[in-house]
Design a protein around this ligand. Structure first.
Ligand code: NDP
Length: 285
């Protein structure tokens, strides 16, 4: 049976280091601040935003929420981003996705000042990650790397397969594994022989968004399996992309859903907020 990677416990450790660092920054007169913008009333987004605010409070990070109606115009949203870019007590800006239809998410992300882009979605930060000269790492992929390291999985030289090529998970995930010297393959909906490719993986990352997508016959015995997916099963319960019950029997370690990658995403967001506060105040990171 696989070792279950306890994302909650690893995230709690990261959050504790953030809390201690925040205290130290406050002694220097710096209070890290995060602005969270939510547009519309998507229930999942509301839950994420509430969790992020709670996590900030626990870590001693100042946070502000801007809850805008779904009828908000692009111009109004851009104006808010500009205001937050200029606000001295705000070091990080996060605009919760998805935005309601009709709003241009790309334009909003590009309007965020790169030094306040704690999601690391701005093209400038994406480019920095590409060349390995970055301030922030995107929260979910960075959290996955922490999880692998937490159970001693060596990435260097290993075959790493990422299923999914989105800009927020799949692509940056592949890049971070490459920075860790993994040999990386990215799969997507047009990939042929997906099963065979996945079976080569020492480290398999699923970021597809389809429940029970990764079945046991796709997994090499002894592989490390990280499940990024967040889906609902037929009973409405949260589940990932991996057929956990079957894959657990053959993997060496595996993340559950919930309690795996999810908690890490928030922990890494807090870490990025601290980094942003340091950068903006000339404190070494
Ligand atoms: P996207 O829908 O943007 O991307 C899904 C990817 O899966 C695409 O690249 C798509 O390929 C690929 N895919 C779809 N069908 C197949 C198939 N049959 N075979 C191979 N590849 C396929 O999703 P995200 O990357 O945004 O998110 C992925 C999952 O992770 C979701 O469940 C999301 O909720 C979750 N998530 C979890 C987070 C966390 O904190 N735990 C944070 C962010 C996301 P193609 O590009 O060809 O269409």
């Amino acid at each position: 049976m696989a070792q279950i990677i306890d994302g909650k416990a690893v995230a709690a450790k990261v959050r504790e280091t953030v809390r201690v660092e925040t205290e130290a920054l406050k002694e220097k007169g710096i209070t890290p601040g995060l602005a969270v913008v939510i547009v519309g009333d998507d229930p999942a987004s509301r839950t994420y935003v509430n969790n992020k605010k709670k996590a900030c409070a626990q870590a001693g990070i100042y946070s502000e929420e801007y809850a805008l109606p779904a009828s908000t115009t692009q111009a109004e949203l851009m104006e808010l981003v500009e205001k937050l870019n200029a606000k001295k007590d705000i070091n990080g800006i996060l605009v919760q996705s998805p935005l309601p239809e009709g709003l241009d998410e790309t334009a909003v992300v590009e309007a965020i000042a790169p030094e306040k882009d704690v999601d690391a979605f701005h093209p400038s930060n994406v480019g920095r990650i590409m060349i390995g000269n970055f301030h922030f790492l995107p929260c979910t992929p960075a959290g996955v790397i922490e999880l692998l390291k937490s159970v001693g999985v060596e990435i260097s030289g290993k075959n790493c397969v990422v299923i999914g090529r989105s800009n927020i998970v799949g692509k940056p995930m592949a890049m971070l594994l490459l920075h860790e010297n993994g040999t990386v393959t990215i799969c997507h909906s047009k990939t042929r022989n997906l099963k065979e490719i996945c079976r080569q993986a020492d480290i398999l990352i699923a970021a597809v968004g389809r429940r029970r997508f990764v079945t046991a016959d796709m997994v090499k015995p002894g592989a490390a399996v990280i499940d990024v997916g967040i889906n609902r099963d037929e009973n409405g319960k949260l589940c990932g992309d991996v057929d956990f019950a079957e894959v657990e029997k053959i993997a060496s370690c595996i993340t559950p859903v919930p309690g795996g990658v999810g908690p890490m995403t928030i922990a890494m967001l807090l870490r990025n907020t601290i980094t942003a506060a340091k950068l903006q105040n000339g404190v070494e990171t």
